[in-house]
Design a binder for this molecule. Structure first.
Ligand SMILES: Cc1cc2nc3c(=O)[nH]c(=O)nc-3n(C[C@H](O)[C@H](O)[C@H](O)COP(=O)(O)O)c2cc1C
Length: 311
């Protein structure tokens, strides 16, 4: 059973993927890359979002077929990336209004053309995949998109068990994910609401998927990957995460963010990660409050070191 780390815009950046790497997920995806930004040679896209390690997958979003193909070729040929994922699931208004993300579901044939053209124009050794939702505008297109991904030469399809209209509300419907698995010959990766090893176990057993993609559940909780593996291997989770582990990881993430961004302000983006690591810890609220007030790297390190001493 494969464990993938989802593309999470503003979260699964180079530094966080470095933290997650230690827990050996089977595949990690970059945050979604705009094909228009890539065409404009946008600095953040080129230098931050497309900063990748060997073996990581890149997700692209857009609509124009030529630009999608051009981006896929650039990313695979110039950057040596071995896996391209196409986003047909983003529900955010500013993406939808341009016809990108989940809005692609309005015209499944167009998704097929995008995938087939990319497949035809990238090297055979590069994997292609589709990440999507179960439906758009009241239609349930989950089985159809499964077939489309299969017929377009995708290695796998990732299916989030919510419609676009649900955004992140309600529950991901793993009955629909099961239906995709039963009707698709390629690997099906299930996504939605996996926050614990129990969640993963139940959902995989129920749906029969080939793998899972972790998203919000992994924020501040890289240990979830190991816990899921233990649950499948031993039937229970053996790992116990201590406050010390949480603070050590928060410190490691902070130090690494500084090394990865020597010339850039990164504290603002770092805060959310630190608060996630410290969630549920005794005196965590006061510590999180202090983290959100600090705008100096040395003071932040001092605060975290002191918190470790006081455990
Ligand atoms: C902050 C945030 C950023 C996201 N960014 C992306 C993205 O760049 N590409 C994408 O396909 N999905 C993105 N998603 C969706 C997730 O990958 C995932 O499909 C969704 O959160 C459902 O999984 P979960 O219930 O386990 O969180 C994002 C979700 C969140 C909360």
């Amino acid at each position: 059973m494969k464990i993938y780390v989802a593309p999470l815009a503003g979260v699964t950046d180079y530094t966080f993927r470095g933290i997650l790497e230690e827990y050996k997920p089977d595949l990690m995806f970059t945050e979604m890359v705009s094909i228009n930004a890539l065409e404009r040679e946008n600095e953040k896209t080129l230098n931050q979002i497309l900063r990748i390690r060997d073996g990581e997958a890149v997700q692209i979003f857009g609509k124009d077929i030529d630009k999608m193909v051009h981006s896929a070729k650039y990313i695979t040929e110039k950057l040596g990336v071995k896996h391209i994922d196409v986003n047909a699931g983003c529900p955010v208004n500013k993406i939808i209004k341009n016809g990108y993300g989940a809005a692609l579901l309005e015209d499944p044939d167009h998704i097929k053309r995008i995938l087939c053209e990319i497949r035809e124009n990238i090297d055979d050794s590069v994997d292609l995949s589709l990440k999507t939702r179960v439906g758009y505008k009241g239609l349930k297109q989950h089985k159809l998109v499964g077939k489309i991904a299969e017929e377009s030469g995708c290695k796998h399809i990732t299916i989030h068990g919510r419609t676009r209209e649900q955004m992140y509300s309600g529950k991901a419907d793993w009955d629909l994910i099961k239906e995709v698995k039963e009707n698709t010959a390629i690997e099906v990766i299930g996504n939605g609401d996996i926050f614990t090893a129990e969640d993963a176990y139940e959902k995989v057993k129920h749906s029969g998927v080939d793998g899972i993609m972790l998203a919000r559940g992994i924020c501040g909780n890289p240990w979830l990957i190991q816990e899921i593996r233990e649950k499948f291997e031993f039937g229970e989770v053996k790992l116990e995460i201590t406050p010390q582990d949480r603070l050590n990881t928060a410190l490691k993430h902070t130090l690494q963010a500084k090394l990865d961004n020597p010339h850039k302000q990164f504290l603002f983006e770092l805060r959310k990660h630190l608060c996630w690591y410290l969630k549920g810890m005794r005196h965590g609220a006061a510590l999180k409050n202090a983290i959100n007030q600090i705008d100096n790297y040395d003071e932040l390190i001092e605060l975290l070191e002191k918190a470790k001493e006081n455990i």
